[in-house]
Design a protein around this ligand. Structure first.
Ligand code: NAP
Length: 296
């Protein structure tokens, strides 16, 4: 039996939920010839390991930290227009001697928002952070013509990203800055997307709101309550923990909230479709991810 080989390359990678999620999806479709595994690949090995995967007959790969940008420098893949614009690739497809690159992270984020009932058309988006994930999500909303405000601890990075998006998409309503005007930025936003590591790991007890300066005599809760728009959506792309401090605080002030789990699942589902041409069962993938998260 021919084995259809898939996998994820990252470093570190042992935490990855992708093998469980994709294996469940293959199994639900009766694709017993498909196998998906996690591979620990160092940055300096990336090019050689991707070429080896091609030679070994792999059908598809996911790339995660620290490879998403680096793969483009290797000069061995053909990115699609969006991945090229963003400068990051999370999905590779091996087909007839070519290696095609895609970025499904941003579309995964959009699908998660839509599934949660959030209408994004014409909405003002506030992106917190200017790293890799912020980059692809900001590009997507920039391309869709939304007003996008990107704010980051390191203000220069957000300004640079905003200028690049405005330049490449022609959207003049994309701007960047630091956290100094964070409360005002919050007051303008319909959808707030938290993309930093705040709320997880060593930052579990820290939220974005903790990083904003409080005016004399005001509490953080009062400021959130008075600045968060009625019907605002707060989306934290972190999924472990499932409810970050940021989400708890936003929910308390009346926001509709969602975490990053469905983004993880939809980016995977979109990669699955690219590789197989088939739609995976998202409920089956969700169960596998929830099961994996419970074990962590
Ligand atoms: P990254 O490129 O390393 O960017 C990290 C971002 O976090 C930067 O904006 C950085 O700000 C900020 N940051 C780090 N520590 C901070 C602190 N103490 N205070 C304020 N800001 C801080 O990482 P990434 O690839 O974008 O990933 C970011 C997060 O998204 C991770 O938690 C990752 O797990 C999650 N993620 C989730 C999904 C999903 O499918 N749900 C997909 C991708 C990523 P500076 O520029 O100032 O350093």
């Amino acid at each position: 039996m021919t084995i259809l080989k898939f996998g994820v390359f990252g470093y570190p990678i042992s935490h990855s939920l992708s093998p469980a999620m994709h294996t469940a999806a293959f199994s639900a479709l009766g694709m017993t010839d498909a196998a998906y595994e996690a591979y620990a690949v160092l940055p300096e090995e990336l090019k050689e390991k991707v070429l080896k995967a091609q030679a070994d007959g792999f059908r598809g790969l996911n790339l995660t930290i620290p490879h998403k940008e680096k793969i483009l420098e290797a000069g061995i893949i053909k990115p699609d227009a969006f991945a090229e614009k963003v400068g990051a690739v999370n999905t590779l497809l091996f087909n007839e001697g070519n290696i095609y690159g895609f970025n499904t992270d941003a579309a995964g984020a959009l699908a998660a928002l839509e599934q949660a009932g959030a209408d994004t058309a014409g909405k003002k988006i506030l992106i917190i952070g200017a790293g890799g994930a912020a980059r692809s999500i900001s590009f997507l909303f920039g391309e869709r013509g939304n007003a996008v405000r990107i704010i980051n601890r390191t203000a220069e990075k957000a300004k640079k990203l905003a200028a690049e998006i405005a330049d490449k998409t022609g959207n003049r309503h994309v701007s960047g800055g630091g956290f100094s005007a964070g409360w005002d930025d919050l007051a303008q936003a319909d959808i707030i997307i938290q993309t930093t590591e705040l709320g997880m790991g060593k930052y579990e007890d820290v939220s974005f709101f903790d990083q904003l300066e409080l005016p004399a005599g005001k509490t953080k809760d009062e400021m959130i309550q008075t600045h968060l728009k009625n019907k605002a959506v707060a989306f934290d792309i972190v999924y472990n923990p499932q409810e970050t401090k940021f989400l708890k605080e936003a929910e308390k002030a009346g926001a509709k909230t969602l975490n990053g789990m469905m983004m993880l699942i939809y980016q995977g589902a979109l990669a699955f479709e690219i590789w197989t041409g088939r739609k995976p069962d998202v409920d089956v993938m969700t169960k596998a991810v929830l099961n994996g998260l419970e074990k962590k």
